[in-house]
Design a protein around this ligand. Structure first.
Ligand SMILES: [Zn+2]
Ligand SMILES: [Zn+2]
Length: 177
């Protein structure tokens, strides 16, 4: 059973979540760390990424977190605003062994814009399918990591099995204390 979305859409959402999570956890502070993360996720155009590019990217992460947390109608408005502000021009590309998929900006666009437009594009299908609720935060209050719920009935509550079992153990202790 898989979701009715292209694979690259789910990858885009997972990359967006990872970016915000790592930044919040203090693991993403330098241009080099952002370059490495982009390389891991084969996000193109990051090879010559500068400190200014990294700073511009950090300044967009609040927007990506808001896409994650807002309801569907607000997300639709935000996506349109992101496209208009960045001058998005969707086009099909094939690169790095990835089959045809959409890029929102030309290859020479600033990487920070490419990152936020890429996130916004992934939300197009979620808005159309009324499925933005799959973009969740971990149910463990001490964690709150962003994750994309790929379960069939949108029932996943935790970012990881670690958080899930920690919460289960706490609930068990609460019941039996
Ligand atoms: Zn691509
Ligand atoms: Zn968690």
């Amino acid at each position: 059973m898989s979701l009715p979305y292209p694979r690259e859409l789910m990858r885009s959402l997972e990359f967006s979540a990872e970016l915000c999570n790592r930044r919040r956890e203090g693991l993403l502070t330098t241009a080099a760390s952002l370059r490495d993360l982009c390389a891991t996720w084969t996000f193109p155009g990051a090879g010559a990424l500068s400190k200014a590019d990294a700073d511009a990217t950090w300044s967009h992460l609040g927007t990506i977190e808001a896409l994650w947390d807002q309801d569907r109608d607000a997300v639709a408005v935000m996506v349109n605003r992101i496209f208009s502000e960045a001058g998005a021009r969707p086009h099909l590309v094939r690169h790095d062994g990835l089959d045809w998929h959409l890029h929102g900006l030309p290859a020479e666009a600033p990487i920070a814009d490419a990152i936020v437009v890429n996130a916004a594009m992934a939300f197009i299908d979620l808005v159309r399918a009324d499925d933005t609720a799959r973009c969740k935060r971990c149910g463990d209050d001490r964690c709150e990591r962003m994750f994309f719920d790929q379960s069939r009935n949108r029932s996943r509550r935790f970012c990881s099995t670690t958080c899930q079992s920690r919460t289960n153990v706490a609930a068990f202790r609460a019941r039996h204390s």
